[in-house]
Design a protein around this ligand. Structure first.
Ligand SMILES: [Zn+2]
Ligand SMILES: [Zn+2]
Length: 265
């Protein structure tokens, strides 16, 4: 399985020389295995690095939640509008808000001049369950309340005998024991690192973690590798470099996610 980072930024996209190394697009991760591309969230990253040759014939979107930085690229994702792909879309059902409602919001004619759902070629929508299979991927989900309003879905994705844990927009909290168990022994852990420890003191309860929390999670779960992810839009390349160094002191196999970076497991 191959994991490719399309967008690594949280909150809002940024651009400019100070963000060149890690990139400024918001959250989107592509995981390829066999004839299937699994796309975790559709932030603006999906629009910039979505070259056709990167995608397989089955395209499966899987959403962690529906904050704007995770869906903003969706109206501009060519994969929804082009022939030749079999499409599925999975997203959590937060009571009265699911993928369908997220698409409705994006289709508000005052926000966008076209209706996303009308332009989408046949795409099947599904709610996320605790454990399900999509093509050759096995997906396990764990709901956490530790993100504003609706909470967040954490995913453990398995294919080809390897596993990836995804904990974006997750703030380490009282559910730590369950989360540690859920991610136990993953080959790769992709974890929220929006804040530095200093910033976190002012932003506790905002639904994000620090690079130190991410490194501690990697140690506790026995993950083989850690990728820091969902960087604050105000963190320049040198700030992210420092976050990576600080995390690596606790967990040496730590990298910081970079747009275009790809990892083969
Ligand atoms: Zn986010
Ligand atoms: Zn969020």
């Amino acid at each position: 399985m191959e994991i490719r980072f399309l967008g690594v930024r949280g909150s809002c996209p940024v651009s400019g020389a100070r963000f060149k190394k890690y990139g400024g697009n918001t959250t989107s991760i592509l995981i390829n295995s066999s004839n299937t591309s699994l796309v975790i969230d559709a932030g603006t990253g999906i629009t910039k690095l979505a070259e056709r040759e990167n995608f397989r014939e089955n395209v499966v979107f899987l959403f962690t939640h529906y904050h704007l930085d995770h869906i903003l690229g969706l109206p501009f994702a060519f994969l929804l509008y082009s022939e030749g792909y079999r499409r599925k879309m999975y997203g959590p059902d937060f009571g009265n808000f699911s993928v369908r409602e997220a698409l409705d919001v994006l289709s508000n004619p005052r926000l966008l001049p076209f209706k996303v759902s009308e332009k989408m070629l046949e795409t099947h929508l599904f709610p996320v369950s605790e454990k399900f299979e999509v093509e050759n991927f096995r997906v396990l989900s764990l709901y956490s309340r530790n993100h504003p309003l609706d909470g967040i879905m954490l995913y453990r994705i398995e294919a080809e005998g390897k596993s990836v844990g995804i904990a974006t927009d997750y703030e380490v909290g009282e559910d730590l024991p369950q989360v540690v168990e859920f991610f136990s022994g993953v080959d790769l852990l992709i974890h929220d690192a929006q804040y530095t420890e200093e910033e976190y003191r002012e932003r506790k309860g905002y639904g994000h973690s620090t690079e130190i929390m991410a490194a501690e999670m990697a140690v506790k779960t026995g993950a083989k590798r850690l990728v820091l992810f969902h960087f604050d839009p105000f963190h320049t390349d040198s700030e992210v470099d420092l976050q990576q160094l600080r995390a690596a002191r606790l967990f040496p196999a730590t990298a910081a996610a970079r747009e275009g970076m790809s990892i083969k497991l």
